[in-house]
Design a protein around this ligand. Structure first.
Ligand SMILES: [Fe+2]
Length: 440
C-alpha cells in the first residue's frame, strides 16, 4: 500500500494498477454472485440497485481519470446525469433508464482498459491531481467505498446467502475495560498522507484534557444488558430528538435483531443466527449509541479523542498512520477488506493495538463519535466540494476507524466518515468514554 515514501513513478504505477485490480475484483465478487434480476432490483429504498453502483463506479472513473486527467472526450455523455449521485436520490434510481447489467459491466470494463493505458503513460507528477497518483488513489477509494455500499445492500437483501467468508480469528484477550489517555496536545489530521481526502487535512494541534476510553468496542452482551434494563423505554437516556426518533421508528433493538423465545437472533447476509455475545454491537444508530453511553454513565468520545487514542505515540510525541505504527494494515493488525463478513470478538487483534493499549480502533465496526462533521481549521476544498464540504454541519455525525467492509486503501488513522444520526444499515458500532476524575 502507498505511503509518503512511495515516489518512484514505476513503483507507484504498479501499486496503483494493483489497487485498481483489487477493487474491481471485489466489485465483481459483489455483483457476479446474484442473478441479473437481483442486480436491477431495489432491495431497500435506502440503497441503489447494485447495477447503478456498477455503472456509477465506471462513470466516476471516466470523469476523473479519462476526462479530467487525460483530457479525453466523454464516452457516453447522455448517461452522465443518470449516475450523478447528487441529481437522483437513491430511492429514485430504480425508475431511471439505467444501463442493464451486461452494458454496465461492459462500460466499466471499457473505461478501465483506457485508464490502464493512461496510467502506463502518466508521469504521476506535475499537477496536484497527478502528484503521487492522487486522482487514481481517489478513484480506487471511491470504488472500494461503493463496494462497502454494495455489501450493505447485500445485508439488506432478502433471500438466501449469496456471499460467504470464514469467521475472523478469535484472539480476544481479557483486558481492562478502559484505558487512560493523559491530558496533553497531539497532532490531528494529516499533511503527508498522499491519498488522504480534503476533510482529513490539514494536520493541526489539538489539546485535550485527560479521558478514559473503552479498550474495545461495546459488545452485544453489554448492549443486551441495556436492552434488558429497559434502556429503549426510558427517555432519560435519550436526547430529545433521539427519543422522538425512537418513538416514531419503534426502535427496540439493533437493526436485523429479532427475539425468538427469549433468545436474541440476528440476520446476517441471509443467515439467521443467535446474537454472538462477544462481538461488537453492529447496526446501531448514533441515537442508540448515545443513549447506551448515557445509560452506562458515560458518553461517546469526541472525534479528537478517538484519533488521539488511535494515533498519538506518547514516547515520541508524534502521530502514527495507524494505531500499531506506520506500516500498512495486514490481516494480523485489523479486520478489514471484507475478508470476513462480521467483526471479531471484542479484545481481538493484539498486534493492532495503539500505544495506549486500545484495541480494534481500525476495522471491525465503524465507531460513532459525539462530533458533528466539520472542516478542520485551514480546510480547503480538494478536488471538489461535493466530496466533503456540502455535508459539513450539525446534521451529520462523524464515524471513525472503518469496518470489516472497508478496504485497507480506504482506511487510516485520519480517515473520516459521516452519516445521519438515524442511520443504522451501515456497519456501525461504538465505544464509550468519560473524563478522567468522573466516577462511573
Ligand atoms: Fe460515488
Amino acid at each position: 500500500m502507498l505511503n509518503a515514501d512511495t515516489t518512484d513513478p514505476a513503483v507507484l504505477r504498479e501499486l496503483i494498477a494493483g489497487e485498481l485490480a483489487a477493487a474491481r475484483e471485489r466489485t465483481g465478487r459483489l455483483t457476479d454472485c446474484v442473478e441479473d434480476d437481483e442486480l436491477v432490483a431495489q432491495h431497500s429504498p435506502l440503497m441503489s440497485p447494485l447495477v447503478w453502483d456498477l455503472a456509477h463506479i465506471g462513470n466516476q472513473e471516466e470523469l476523473w481519470l479519462l476526462r479530467n486527467v487525460g483530457g479525453r472526450d466523454p464516452m457516453h455523455p447522455e448517461i452522465d446525469p443518470l449516475y450523478d449521485a447528487f441529481e437522483h436520490p437513491r430511492a429514485e434510481r430504480p425508475s431511471l433508464p439505467l444501463l442493464p447489467p451486461k452494458e454496465a459491466r461492459g462500460y466499466a470494463h471499457d473505461v478501465r482498459g483506457r485508464v490502464l493505458d493512461l496510467l502506463a503513460a502518466s508521469p504521476l507528477e506535475g499537477s496536484p491531481l497527478l502528484d503521487a497518483g492522487f486522482a487514481f488513489g481517489m478513484i480506487v477509494q471511491h470504488e472500494q467505498q461503493h463496494d462497502e455500499t454494495m455489501l450493505i445492500t447485500h445485508q439488506l437483501r432478502k433471500g438466501p446467502a449469496a456471499l460467504t467468508a470464514p469467521a475472523p480469528p478469535d484472539h480476544a484477550d481479557r483486558l481492562p475495560a478502559e484505558v487512560l489517555v493523559p491530558a496533553g496536545p497531539f497532532s490531528m489530521g494529516t499533511d503527508t498522507e498522499p491519498w488522504a481526502l480534503d476533510n482529513e487535512r490539514p494536520a493541526h494541534r489539538v489539546e485535550l484534557p485527560a479521558y478514559w476510553l473503552d479498550t474495545a468496542p461495546v459488545s452485544n452482551a453489554a448492549y443486551q444488558v441495556f436492552i434488558a434494563d429497559g434502556g429503549y423505554d426510558d427517555p432519560r437516556w435519550w436526547t430529545e430528538r433521539g427519543w422522538a426518533h425512537r418513538q416514531q421508528a419503534g426502535l427496540s433493538a439493533p437493526l436485523f435483531w429479532s427475539l425468538d423465545g427469549g433468545q436474541w437472533m440476528r440476520r446476517r447476509f441471509g443467515t439467521l443466527e443467535p446474537v454472538p455475545p462477544r462481538e461488537p454491537v453492529l447496526h446501531v444508530s448514533w441515537y442508540e449509541a448515545d443513549a447506551y453511553a448515557r445509560w452506562a454513565g458515560r458518553r461517546l468520545p469526541t472525534e479528537a479523542e478517538w484519533e488521539k487514542a488511535a494515533r498519538h505515540d506518547p514516547a515520541t510525541g508524534r502521530s502514527r498512520r495507524f494505531p500499531w505504527g506506520d506500516e500498512s494494515p495486514t490481516p494480523a493488525h485489523a479486520n478489514l477488506g471484507q475478508q470476513h463478513l462480521q467483526p471479531a470478538p471484542v479484545g481481538s487483534y493484539p498486534a493492532g493495538q495503539s500505544p495506549y493499549g486500545v484495541r480494534q480502533l481500525i476495522g471491525d465496526v465503524w465507531e460513532w463519535t459525539s462530533s458533528d462533521f466539520h472542516g478542520y481549521p485551514g480546510f480547503r476544498v480538494w478536488p471538489y466540494k461535493e466530496y466533503s464540504e456540502v455535508f459539513f454541519g450539525p446534521e451529520y455525525k462523524v464515524l471513525r476507524g472503518g469496518s470489516f467492509a472497508v478496504a485497507p486503501v480506504a482506511c487510516r488513522g485520519t480517515f473520516r466518515n459521516w452519516d445521519y444520526p438515524v442511520r443504522r444499515q451501515i456497519f456501525s458500532g461504538f465505544r464509550t468514554a468519560r473524563y478522567a476524575g468522573e466516577e462511573t
